[in-house]
Design a protein around this ligand. Sequence first.
Ligand code: DLL
Length: 436
Amino acid sequence: MQYWNEKMETIDKESLRKIQSERLRETVKRVYENVPYYAEKMKKAGITPADIQSIDDLSKLPFTYKTDLRDNYPFGTFATPLKDVVRVHASSGTTGKQTVVGYTQKDIDSWSECVARCLISAGVTKDDIVHVAYGYGLFTGGLGLHYGAEFIGATVIPVSGGNTTRQVQLLKDFGATVLCCTPSYALYLADEMKAAGITKEDLKLRIGVFGAEPWSQEMRTQIENRLGLKAYDIYGLSEIMGPGVSMNCSCQEGLHIISDHFIAEIIDPETEEVLPEGSKGELVFTCITKEALPLIRYRTRDLSVLTHETCICGRTSTRMEKVTGRSDDMLIIRGVNVFPSQIESVLLKYSEVEPHYMIYVDRVDNLDVMEIQIEMNPSIFSDQIKKIESIERKLRHEIESTLGISARIKLVEPNSIKRSEGKAKRVVDNRKIFNS
Ligand code: DLL
């Protein structure tokens, strides 16, 4: 089967515009009536739902930012009462607070269909065995792929992340044909296979569904060669839905956005001006079918390029190029979103250290590692090594529980971190994902 929902996936452009306009009108009216935060924002911008008649009016609407979700933490941006919300997920916010997202049963069904459409466009069928190694839990990766794969009737192995030795054994024993995980974890699995003396011929993998972090063409080639599969890029973000906002089809000419559910725009991140088709800029999404959290013009901070040309596969949806970076300082480390500001908010709580720090990120044996160097306060500098080590331990523990991933903590001498004269440079990312 080539399509999951042929009618929608190959719909002519004019009919798609009509559907998008109609759904946009309904969504704007619904958020205006049900979300005080949106009503206020629209009033400030001097518009009412009557001003939004078609997708040509989209640019009249104000943007939504990640901080808006944080300011209305946890459920203040929901457009339905909590009793109609059947599931909640979350991802990192810019400070300690999580960005909380919710789904009604209809949202879960649409999400499953979006992921199903993505998987089918990459060639997954109901006869496949799908090993899901994205994390299950508040992160949308595990359950998102799980429901989508089940929706098409495939056999799902819900392994979640971690315990790599066991993952390799399960891949071999259960004969998975599809692997879903972050691209960096795919390479880590390849290393683990090598160590266990398992070759790609011992496995039955044929398709890889990789996303949740940026990855290069070189990495794709490496993964394909080492695991003996064809690698596909899946994109998404929790605020909009989770995985399945877009994905490569078998032509691999960009990622198909599920355009009857999400309207995409590209803007200049500085001027916020909408850019013409083909320009590189920041992706902005508007949800037009969501019930619980229909975000309007959400600033993703992800950099990409859009095209509205029909693909060779016959799909008429808007396509986006592989995401090549971000317009903010968010890092994705082992699939987890990390903002330097989250680290800073932990450090500021400790009087033993100064708010001067550097974050070093590297990839060692296909695994992301992070080291945070922090200046000690002069008062503890002369203290015993034991005391310094105990502060490092305390910080390590707190950073790990705030970020959800571990980091090496190294306390350094007072005044040893270079002060900047302009914007502070706090991150050195040596992973060189895009060689730029
Ligand atoms: O990462 C959802 C997801 C799960 C996508 C599994 C794909 C597979 P968040 O945790 O909210 O959601 O992080 C969203 O991750 O804004 C991008 O910066 C980045 N990202 C996601 N997919 C890709 C991709 C999930 N294919 C943030 N390429 C997004 C590059 C990606 N970056």
